[in-house]
Design a protein around this ligand. Structure first.
Ligand SMILES: NC(=O)c1ccc[n+]([C@@H]2O[C@H](COP(=O)([O-])OP(=O)(O)OC[C@H]3O[C@@H](n4cnc5c(N)ncnc54)[C@H](O)[C@@H]3O)[C@@H](O)[C@H]2O)c1
Length: 331
């Protein structure tokens, strides 16, 4: 299939392009490079030995989306493009709502107008709010505490309504848990901008000496060691989940959790990183961070059954691959 990957030079998008190409699909990337670099396209080509088309466009711009669809014939769209920093979304709600919602609306509209049936959407476990883990796709979604989370919940609703009204449009909504790690080549990975919000880029920045120590936000949660528990998933497992989801799209809308089903605490991840890479990471326990929940991990039964997909890489591999990318990557 010829697949449009929006946000394809970004972290998850670039790894998914590799998996798509390795599965025999063709890839057209649309990215405005607001949080990524054009040289990633060459890295994807280098890893896969395949050609990739790249368009530097803004997918929240209706005219640019229309032009892209009129000049290409797509069999499916995987929509990663969007802003993703929770904290920033509280300061810039208009940017977040307009970028994340207009892109979804205009891409869905173009799919209807140009007869593209398959649409895969990047959602997030954040839509479960503070439900009790493990999170199941059938759970009632709880209000999120930030505009970023709201854009994911609203995009899910928009796509569901569009699919209901158009039997020729089918959607797979993927709720990601916590992707970390990098491609084993060390050529592509997560390039965090500014102060990292997520744990792994924070740890690798401390390991690199950019920060003195890691601040651990709270050790009084009701978890095994008091620190927050998350479901970390290797980005290549996540990428492979997208290929399965795209290929298995049938009709209507399906929602899938993409996680490992295993919870890992902040201190457990820190220790795993130290052991996997022979490094020591200084840390300090500080106050809880507002909005953080104690425990978040997936029930992965549905993805395993319907997509025949299961994450297979472990926490050490995630830590090793994340660090390999950091040490090979130059600003
Ligand atoms: N990384 C995570 O932990 C995580 C978790 C859950 C969901 N998600 C979602 O997955 C998707 C991909 O996340 P990521 O971590 O790869 O982020 P990323 O920032 O690395 O990638 C997003 C890409 O989209 C591009 N982009 C943004 N707005 C655009 C626009 N209007 N037009 C064209 N390109 C645009 C950026 O330049 C970037 O290359 C996002 O929608 C994000 O919300 C990410």
């Amino acid at each position: 299939m010829n697949i449009l990957v929006t946000g394809g030079t970004g972290y998850i998008g670039s790894h998914t392009c590799v998996s798509l190409l390795e599965a025999g699909h063709s890839v057209v990337i649309a990215d405005n490079l607001s949080n990524s670099r054009k040289e990633t396209v060459n890295k994807i080509k280098e890893i896969t030995n395949r050609d990739v088309l790249f368009h530097e466009i803004d997918v929240s711009n209706k005219d640019q989306v229309k032009k892209l669809f009129s000049n290409n014939k797509f069999d499916g769209v995987i929509h990663f493009a969007g802003y993703k920093a929770v904290g920033e979304s509280l300061d810039l709600p208009i940017s977040y709502y307009s970028n994340n919602l207009f892109s979804t609306i205009f891409l869905a509209e173009a799919c209807i107008n140009y007869g593209v049936r398959r649409f895969v959407f990047s959602s997030s476990a954040t839509v479960y709010g503070d439900n009790q883990a493990p999170f199941k796709e059938t759970m009632k979604l709880l209000p999120t505490t930030n505009p970023y989370g709201s854009t994911k919940e609203m995009s899910e609703r928009i796509l569901t309504d569009v699919a209901k009204a158009n039997s020729s449009f089918s959607v797979s909504i993927l709720r990601y848990f916590n992707p970390i790690g990098a491609h084993q080549s060390g050529l592509i990975g997560e390039i965090p901008k500014g102060h990292p919000n997520n744990l792994m880029p924070y740890i690798t920045n401390v390991a690199k000496g950019k920060f003195d120590k890691l601040f651990v936000f709270g050790n009084d949660y009701s978890t095994l060691d008091g620190t927050g528990v998350r479901d970390y998933i290797h980005v290549m497992d996540l990428a492979e989940g997208h290929v399965k989801a795209l290929e298995s799209i049938d009709s209507g809308v399906e929602v899938f959790n993409l996680g490992t089903g295993q919870g890992t605490s902040v201190l457990q991840l820190l220790k795993a990183f130290e052991q996997a890479n022979g490094l020591e990471i200084p840390y300090e326990i500080v106050e809880r961070r507002p909005g953080d929940i104690a425990t978040c991990f997936a029930d992965t039964t549905k993805a395993e059954k319907h997509l025949c997909w299961k994450a297979k890489r472990g926490i050490f591999e995630m830590c090793r691959d994340a660090w390999r990318f950091e040490t090979q990557y130059t600003d």
